[in-house]
Every structure is written in structure tokens, then in C-alpha cells.
Design a protein around this ligand. Sequence first.
Ligand code: 8IG
Length: 302
Amino acid sequence: MTNPTRNAPCTCHPAWGSLGGAPRTFAGRTGNLLHVSKDPYALAVDAAAALKNVTGVESFDVALVMGSGWVAAAEAIGTTVAEIAVTDLPGFAPPAVAGHAGRIRAVTTGTGRNALIFLGRTHLYEGLGVEPVVHGVRTALAAGAGTVVLTNAAGGLRPETQRVGDPVLIGDHINLTGANPLTGARFVDLTSVYSPRLRALAKESDPSLAEGVYVAFRGPTYETPAEIRMCRAIGGDLVGMSTALEAIAAREGGAEVLGLSLVTNPGAGLVGEPLNHEEVLEVGRATAARMGVLLADVVGKL
Ligand code: 8IG
């Protein structure tokens, strides 16, 4: 017997009965159709092929994801050979937030490496699910990148020792997003998500770099003061809405990960004032030159 959900268009729902005309197919009932749903890893391979086509770059050595406050720092990394919109490649969501550019740049570094730079990222709080969040990283890996540098703006959980505008190396993370980019029996080891080797290189570049544990939330709200106290109690130093899921996807694919947070505000309740996004962007503008030097220096050593 044939599977009625596979071939026959369903007309049982009242809304469908009014459609009339030719039989239609629906993703929910015909999920086996190739054009409807695609395996995310295969989609990344397609995006990498398109990337090679449009940039003319055969393969990439390193990928950098520039979070809020880091986009301007991208200028320092090298010479741009091509720049495209993320929407020129399959699988990318259009940019959602002011200050997130939604562009991808192919750059040649001073040391002759091919760098792929994502100006902005997709966040879990956009509600598109976890796959678009890690699609850039998976595309970079499919395009050859063995190193992934993840940058973000973050709240600081240790105002005693952190100053707004300081970069902090991510030494580890606590994933409180409730999501994971992996599904199934994928027991990936996360003992050293953020490469000790790359962290040592970054500290060579800037010996004043502190290291911290990044606590990832889904957002889009900032935390309550009670949540911030919890983050401190469980060993967090930074809090944000990105990076952890991308780091997991990169480790699944075997890439080395370097994580850097730019502290743009103290966590809620740690000092008097409420938090706002504009202040995040402003800190980024003020510190772009320093972050650019740091990134260029680290990438130069890869
Ligand atoms: I910038 O205080 C920035 N991003 N969750 N909390 C969370 N994300 C952030 C914060 C913050 N600051």
C-alpha cells in the first residue's frame, strides 16, 4: 500500500479545502521532497560551493565571525578580495538587528592566508531555530577553514576586575540556551572547546588579555539581576546570546576555535543602570582599532 501522506495532497483541513485548483504539496506532509527540506550539512556544502563561485577563492584557511562591536575591526585583518551579502548564498537568514551587517568578506591576510569574515551572525533569539545559527560556521568548514574565530559583545559578570571596552578571551562556556546544534548520537568531546593553543597565541599578542567563562542564553531579553547572580555563582565571567552553539558546531567539524568577548556592559543589577543595545554598538566603535590590531596579530600567527 502506498503511503497516503507521501503522495496524496491532503484536503482534510478546512483551510485547504478553499484553495481549489491543482493539488498542492506541503512541507509538513511531504517532508521527503528534496526542495522542501534539506540536510543542514548538505546545505553548508552547497553554500561553500556557491561561495567559491562568487568569490573566486578556492578554499579558506580561517573564518572569523564578527559580533556586535567587532564589525569595524574586520578592516585590519587584510585586503578584501570579494564581498557579498549572506543572502547571496543558500541557507543564510537575512540580517535582523541594527549594527549586524549580514555580509561575508573574503580577505587575504598579511601572511597570505585566505580568511572568510562574517560581518554579523544569526542569533537563536531570532526564532529561526538552531540551524541558521550555525550555518556560517558549517559553511566555513565546508570551504576548508580549520580555524574559527568567534567574537561577540557580552555583559561582564565581574565588574570588580573587568572594564567596559576590554576584550576577554573565552576559556570555556556554559550553554544555557536550551539548544544544541547537534542531534542524535553525536557525543562530541567538549573538554577544550576553545583551543588552548590559540588562547596562548592570543595572550602572546596581548599579555593583558583576561580569560573567562562565557554563559550563553537564548535572549533576546537581557538577564534579571537574579539570573546574573546565578551566572556568577556557577562560575561565569561573561554573559551573552551567541557563540556557544557556533563553537559546538565548529568542534563537531574538527576546527580549532578561538573565542573573544568585548565587554560592553556590566550584567544587569551589578551596577545601577539598565542595559541598551546602542551602548553596545558605541563601545564597539570606540574599541574597533584595538580589536582590529589584536585580531590581525592573532590571525597572522595561524
Ligand atoms: I552586549 O548583559 C551584551 N549581550 N545575555 N546579557 C546577555 N547578552 C548580552 C549582554 C548581557 N550584553
